[in-house]
Ligand binder design. Structure first.
Ligand SMILES: [Zn+2]
Ligand SMILES: [Zn+2]
Length: 309
């Protein structure tokens, strides 16, 4: 990373795509790798999800650190493949000088350790997770608030199939919220266990309460990295798929008085021109609201500073 004032927390986007990697000329500007964001704050290196973007991050870290040991904490939101499939190619895990701590919550039907081990088990991968030379430590999270060094982390269950978390990181120079996979509550579609047993009236009430809780979770956040996979029209055909729509995302960020909204988890069918168009539409919605909110689309390779107004 280029030199920036040490007092600023820095974010680097290594993978911004949802579902599946899609390299090629149509995605050259925004990038084709799946979810991975690096946060450098208060002396910590925190990696948010281990999609295919983590491969290039690993190579960059090895280049930067050389023979010095690397200590990173990887925070997993959930174990859908686009959020973990890059880990077997994270080169620091192949060197015993490095320590890699992986934090995540158990999935709906299996533990975080078993799932991460599973994707590297025979016949899927030639090297087993615990045969990697790096010092790998997997921690099952249970609390909804914890520290990584001086960085305070709050977790919240997202509206997404299975167990999926959103994280808000409080650094000394501001906070960033990472909600890569989340369906808006506006269509009253709930993914939580047993939600199918609720009456329509109870579902509506629950959805409204959940949305209010989410607004509170995000309140006055400096940077919100949010699932914005679908346009509003596309969302109508994908209600219940667990992903965000543009206007619901903008409304959420406005209600929570977020400073900067980063559209994230781009749909694999969206080329660069389409992502540009979505930014345009989102900015038009902000203008229409009469409020202030900066909107950008996540772009692979881009750096964002926390603490810079
Ligand atoms: Zn995803
Ligand atoms: Zn997912």
């Amino acid at each position: 990373m280029p030199t920036v004032p040490a007092s600023f927390a820095r974010l680097k986007l290594w993978g911004v795509r949802g579902s599946i990697p899609i390299p090629g000329p149509a995605t050259i500007r925004y990038g084709g790798n799946t979810t991975c964001v690096e946060v450098r704050a208060d002396g910590e290196i925190i990696v948010l999800d281990a999609g295919t973007g983590i491969r290039a991050l690993g190579m960059a870290l090895e280049k930067e650190f050389g023979s010095r040991p690397i200590t990173v904490t990887v925070l997993i939101t959930h174990v859908h493949w686009d959020h973990i499939q890059g880990f077997p190619f994270f080169i620091p895990a192949y060197n015993d000088k490095n320590q890699i701590r992986i934090f995540g919550y158990d999935g709906a039907e299996s533990g975080i350790r078993e799932i991460l081990k599973g994707q590297m088990a025979t016949p899927f991968f030639p090297v087993k997770l615990y045969d990697l030379p790096g010092k790998i430590y997997i921690k099952k999270l249970q609390k909804m608030e914890f520290n990584i060094g001086k960085v305070r982390v709050r977790s919240k269950l997202m509206n997404h199939p299975g167990v999926c978390m959103g994280y808000r990181l409080f650094t000394t120079t501001g906070s960033v919220a990472f909600l890569p996979d989340n369906e808006p509550y506006d269509a009253f579609k709930l993914h939580s266990a047993r939600s199918h047993l609720l009456s329509p009236e109870q579902t509506k009430k629950r959805a409204e309460a959940e949305r209010a809780g989410l607004v509170q979770f995000l309140e006055r956040c400096d940077i919100l990295i949010l699932d914005s996979q679908y346009t509003d029209e596309e969302y109508q055909a994908h209600v219940g798929w667990g992903h965000g729509s543009l206007s619901a995302g903008v409304a959420l960020a406005l209600d929570a008085q977020v400073r900067k909204l980063v559209l994230f988890h781009h749909d694999p069918t969206h080329d660069d021109a389409m992502v540009d168009e979505m930014v345009k539409q989102a900015r038009a919605l902000v203008t229409k609201s009469g409020k202030v909110l900066e909107v950008v689309a996540a772009r692979e390779g881009e750096e964002l500073l926390l603490g810079q107004k």
